[in-house]
Design a protein around this ligand. Structure first.
Ligand SMILES: Nc1ncnc2c1ncn2[C@@H]1O[C@H](COP(=O)(O)OP(=O)(O)OP(=O)(O)O)[C@@H](O)[C@H]1O
Length: 298
C-alpha cells in the first residue's frame, strides 16, 4: 500500500512555485510524488525508481528501509531535487521544482537538506568551518569568505557538534576525524541549516550502538522542534521500527509497503530481505512482535 491511497478528496492542481512552509495550506504535503519514475544519469539510463507514490506532511518522520541497491539513496537524491524525475508528478512545498529557473531551484534547495552517507567535507578544513558552511546559502559572498578566515559563529557550531557528542572536535581538521566523527560532523551541519525537509542517508553506518541512539534521537528532536519532515534511510531495521512511526520499504526501485510501524509484520520484513544477507541488527523473529507492541504505544 502506498500513502496516496490514504488520501481522500480531490487533489489540488500543482502550484507553479513552491510555497514557504508557513504558507502551506492545512494538510498540504512537503512532498507529493505520484507514479514517479526516475532514471539513472548517464550510461544505460536504466530505471532506478518506478511507480513511486509518496506523500509526506510537515513534521512527519519516515524511515526508508530495503536491501542494498533498492533505490533508497536515489529516492533521497530525488527528494533533495538533485535528481530530475523521468515521469510522473513531483511536488515539494506545493510546487514542481523542475519548472523553476535554476536560481529559484537553488534557493529552494536551501530548504531541503540532504545528509549523504559520506559527507563531502573538505579534508583540510577545520571542523568549525565545515559545519558553519551550512549557513552559506544565507550569507553574502563577502561574509562567506570572511568566515573561511575567521569562523563567523563558532558557538553555534560548538552547540551543534555537542548534540552529537563531538564538541571537542570543533577545531580539529576534517581529515583527522574517524569515519563516524565525519558522519556526525555532516549531521551537525544539518542542525545549522534552516531546512524544512531533512533527508538523511544511512546516518548510522559508522556508529556504535550508543552513538546510533544518540544520533537518531537528536535528528528526531530537531525535526520535531522545527516541524520539518524527516526521511531517513536505515539498514538497522530494529532501529527503524523502534524510532520511526512510519516505515517505507523499497525493493528493486519500487515501494513494497508504506505503513505505520505497528502494521509492519515479521513476514513483511522477511519478504523484503528475501534472498539478501540479513540486514544489520535485524530483530530476532521472536522479539519483533514485542518491539512492535511497544512501538505502537509510543
Ligand atoms: N548512475 C547510475 N547508473 C546506473 N545504475 C546506478 C547508478 N547509481 C546507482 N545505480 C544502481 O541503482 C540501484 C539503486 O542504488 P541506490 O544507491 O539508490 O540503492 P540503495 O538502496 O541506497 O543501496 P545501499 O543500501 O546499498 O546504499 C543500485 O543497483 C545501483 O547499483
Amino acid at each position: 500500500m502506498d500513502s496516496s491511497s490514504k488520501e481522500d478528496g480531490a487533489r489540488a492542481a500543482p502550484a507553479a512555485n513552491p510555497l514557504p512552509a508557513s504558507a502551506l495550506p492545512q494538510g498540504a504535503a512537503v512532498y507529493r510524488l505520484e507514479r514517479l519514475a526516475v532514471r539513472h544519469i548517464g550510461g544505460t539510463r536504466a530505471l532506478a525508481l518506478q511507480d513511486i507514490n509518496l506523500h509526506i506532511a510537515p513534521g512527519e518522520q519516515v524511515a526508508l528501509i530495503g536491501p542494498s541497491g533498492a533505490g533508497k539513496t536515489t529516492l533521497l537524491a530525488t527528494l533533495a531535487c538533485a535528481h530530475q524525475p523521468d515521469s510522473g508528478r513531483f511536488e515539494t512545498f506545493g510546487g514542481d521544482p523542475w519548472t523553476l529557473s535554476d536560481g529559484e531551484r537553488h534557493r529552494l534547495r536551501a530548504r531541503l537538506f540532504l545528509a549523504p552517507q559520506t559527507p563531502p567535507l573538505p579534508p583540510r578544513q577545520r571542523v568549525v568551518t565545515a559545519v558553519l558552511a551550512a549557513r552559506l546559502p544565507h550569507w553574502s559572498l563577502w561574509r562567506a569568505l570572511l568566515s573561511l578566515l575567521r569562523p563567523a559563529d563558532p558557538e553555534a557550531a560548538f552547540r551543534a557538534l555537542s548534540r552529537f557528542n563531538l564538541g571537542d572536535k570543533l577545531y580539529a581538521r576534517v581529515d583527522r576525524l574517524s569515519g563516524g566523527e565525519r558522519q556526525r560532523c555532516g549531521l551537525a551541519r544539518l542542525l545549522l541549516s534552516t531546512a524544512q525537509a531533512l533527508l538523511v542517508d544511512e546516518p548510522l553506518s559508522a556508529l556504535d550502538p550508543a552513538l546510533s541512539q544518540l544520533t537518531l534521537n537528536t535528528l528526531q528532536q530537531e525535526a520535531a522542534q522545527r516541524q520539518a519532515a524527516l526521511v531517513c534511510s536505515l539498514h538497522q531495521v530494529d532501529l527503524a521500527l523502534s524510532h520511526f512511526p512510519r516505515i517505507v520499504a523499497l525493493k528493486e526501485g519500487r515501494i513494497v509497503f508504506d505503513l505505520p510501524r505497528a502494521q509492519v509484520t515479521e513476514a513483511m520484513i522477511a519478504e523484503l530481505y528475501l534472498g539478501e544477507q540479513p540486514p544489520a541488527n535485524s530483530p530476532h523473529p521472536h522479539t519483533l512482535q514485542d518491539k512492535l507492541a511497544v512501538g505502537a504505544c509510543l
